[in-house]
Design a protein around this ligand. Structure first.
Ligand SMILES: [Zn+2]
Length: 191
């Protein structure tokens, strides 16, 4: 190859790399934790405990929203399972007290040997648990948004004050009820 040709191909390669990286990262928000599911999200099995059966349809709608966002592909696939054995996401509900009394729900993360991990830590986690608060979650359409938000935590997304993200909390006046572009992009960034 002549030197000029070589330089031109280098230049072309450079532009390809630049355009690929700006595509991949242009929409990537910076609000994620660095940790995620150690097993990935390609077959996220979720288990609905009998305590949360009241919320089953909201849970299934939320799972469906993460698989089929309105904003293009992501690697998430979700399957409902009937035991916690192989589950990545266990969902319970209860009448929560004390510090959880005013929340709609909360999510915790765990190792394969059931040791709790924390989102501000550095270890990826094996499974996550969502607990829905029956004091605050009644039969209304907000339930699906709440579960979708908590599932976002399971995937590794953090709370965000941006009103047009499903990861915005109702206290920060979330304006959306479904997974948004920025949320979908964050999943693609993490996995
Ligand atoms: Zn949250």
């Amino acid at each position: 190859m002549s030197k000029i040709k070589k330089n031109i191909s280098c230049l072309i390669l450079f532009f390809i790399i630049v355009s690929i990286s700006s595509c991949a990262f242009a929409m990537t928000p910076t609000y994620t934790h660095a940790i995620r599911y150690s097993r990935g999200v390609g077959n996220t099995c979720y288990y609905v405990d009998s305590s949360a059966s009241f919320f089953t349809s909201s849970i299934n709608s939320a799972a469906n929203n993460w698989v089929h966002t309105d904003y293009g592909a992501n690697p998430i696939y979700m399957t409902a399972v009937s035991s916690t054995k192989a589950s990545h996401m266990d969902i319970y509900a209860g009448y929560l007290l004390d510090k959880y009394n005013n929340t709609n729900a909360y999510t915790t993360i765990w190792t394969s040997s059931a040791t709790q991990l924390y989102f501000n830590g550095t270890s990826n986690y094996y499974y996550a648990e969502i607990v829905l608060n029956r004091n605050n979650m009644t039969a209304n359409t907000e339930n699906t948004s709440t579960v979708t938000h908590e599932m976002g935590h399971c995937f590794g997304l953090d709370d965000w004050t941006y009103a047009y993200s499903i990861m915005c909390s109702p206290k920060s006046e979330r304006k959306v009820t479904r997974v948004q572009q920025c949320d979908n992009d964050t999943v693609n960034y993490l996995y």
